[in-house]
Design a protein around this ligand. Structure first.
Ligand code: AMP
Length: 445
């Protein structure tokens, strides 16, 4: 199959040739024809599948072929994304595809001054890529109008809900023309996403390019169990042992990011970190240096790493498991992109056993465990499997009480150390379930 056979126009084909795309990916092959026809679409496509071109190419073609010229302060297509980095990345892709078309594109997101964005929007833009919070600010200050809006795209919709954007999405939805094309892309389809789709989409075509919630098969995944306090040490050991080249490391907290970066830099390793506390310019610089290969190890929190698109990233390491199991899929989606193979290694401590179990259930696989002889944990991680069971060690029978009972007792002495280790706190992944209550959507005539 070729891009030409999907009905794309010559200026787009020329741009794709420059980029070296020869064959449409499955999501592109399935999405481009119906989107060109103007249909609504609900697509289960994880990152790395080529989904951006899947929606951007037919979108740009429709904007070129149909509709009026963009008016002042107006937008003709809106792409909503969860993070600034993804906004930059999607905008960069859209601008490349639109190179030979008479269309304007722009990215607007928070964390930077709003004034230049307001100035830029004055003349109107054909395709605006935006994060929900900043878009609402711009809308409320009359910097952007939606009366000309033809197409709305929700990219990584699950992530937008995870990040708590449901209220912003509801407010944006209320401000949009009811007659429009809507495309929703999401790596995972929770009930909340289905509810969102039910509200926003009109008789959508559903496409699924990888089995629901199953992580990219081109990524080799394994875990190493370790005591919590030795995770950084284990990471450094694995880095040297496997001679990892570029590696993206995910940590749970901003403090965790800073601590690991400091430790790596202390060993003269080429590392940098990104998290939400750092100014946007610093984050972007770290990201650009990682992408260009100037930085070998990038340590990041989930939010900061969302928009990373790096060719051939071979290794992703989870220093900590994500609290929300779906994030595991997003994280490991950073490797094994566009047909490459990759490795995703998680360092798991006993506290994280419930998180591990949730990931195995979601991805429907039991992650292979590999032991590092010098790092065998004192607090063993109980066995888990894809059914969601945490297989705790059977309890030893209690010693019979000595006569009299009563008095102070050290509970510790009634439990052997292996059993104590199995008593991990129960951490349940938390998901916010947004409520959409904006009334029924008017059908297209
Ligand atoms: P995405 O899933 O949209 O983030 O895209 C993942 C990566 O695949 C990006 O680096 C794209 O530039 C690349 N890509 C998308 N479509 C194709 C294609 N048809 N051929 C080759 N590379 C592609």
């Amino acid at each position: 199959m070729t891009f030409a056979s999907l009905g794309l126009i010559e200026p787009l084909l020329r741009a794709l040739e420059t980029l070296g795309y020869q064959t449409p990916t499955p999501v592109q092959a399935q999405a481009i024809p119906p989107v060109l026809e103007g249909r609504d679409l609900m697509a289960a496509a994880q990152t790395g599948t080529g989904k951006t071109a899947g929606f951007a190419l037919p979108l740009l073609q429709r904007l070129t072929m149909e509709g009026p010229k963009v008016a002042a302060n107006s937008v003709r297509a809106l792409v909503l994304v969860p993070t600034r980095e993804l906004a930059e990345q999607v905008h960069e892709a859209v601008a490349q595809y639109a190179e030979h078309l008479p269309l304007t594109t722009y990215a607007a997101y928070g964390g930077v001054s709003i004034n230049p964005q307001m100035m830029k929007l004055r003349r109107g833009v054909d395709v605006l890529v935006a994060t929900p919070g900043r878009l609402l600010d711009l809308y409320r200050q009359n910097a952007v109008k939606f009366s000309q809006l033809q197409t709305l795209i929700l990219d990584e919709a699950d992530r937008m809900l995870d990040l708590g954007f449901s209220e912003e999405l509801r407010d944006i939805y209320a401000a949009l023309p009811k007659r429009r094309q809507t495309l929703l892309f999401s790596a995972t389809f929770s009930d909340a996403i289905r509810a969102l789709a039910g509200q926003m989409l009109d008789n959508p075509l559903t496409i699924e390019v990888s089995p629901r919630n199953v992580a990219a098969s081109s990524v080799k995944q394994w875990i190493v169990t370790v005591d919590k306090k030795r995770k950084s040490e284990l990471f450094i050991h694995l880095l040297k042992k496997h001679r990892w080249g570029q590696v993206l490391v995910f940590a749970k907290t901003r403090v965790g990011v800073d601590q690991l970066v400091e430790r790596l830099q202390g060993l003269s390793l080429n590392a940098d970190g990104i998290h939400g506390d750092k100014p946007q310019a610093t984050r972007q610089r770290a990201l650009d240096r990682f992408k260009s290969g100037d930085v070998q190890i990038l340590v990041a929190t989930d939010v900061a790493a969302r928009g990373l698109d790096i060719d051939d990233l071979p290794t992703v390491v989870n220093l900590d498991l994500p609290i929300v199991a779906e994030d595991y899929i997003h994280r490991i989606g950073r490797t094994g992109r566009a047909g490459q193979t990759g490795e995703a290694i998680s360092l798991v401590c006993a506290d994280e056993v419930d998180l591990l179990s949730a990931i195995e259930m979601l991805t429907r696989q039991t992650l292979q465990r590999r032991e590092e002889p010098d790092f065998i944990p004192e607090h063993r991680v109980p066995a888990t499997d894809a059914t969601g069971q945490v297989l705790k060690k059977p309890k030893k029978p209690k010693k019979p009480k000595t006569s009299g009972g009563g008095g102070k007792r050290n509970l510790g002495k009634w439990v052997d150390s292996g059993e104590a280790a199995a008593e991990v706190p129960s951490i349940k992944p938390v998901r916010k379930v947004p409520v959409f209550n904006t009334g029924p959507r008017k059908r297209k005539p």
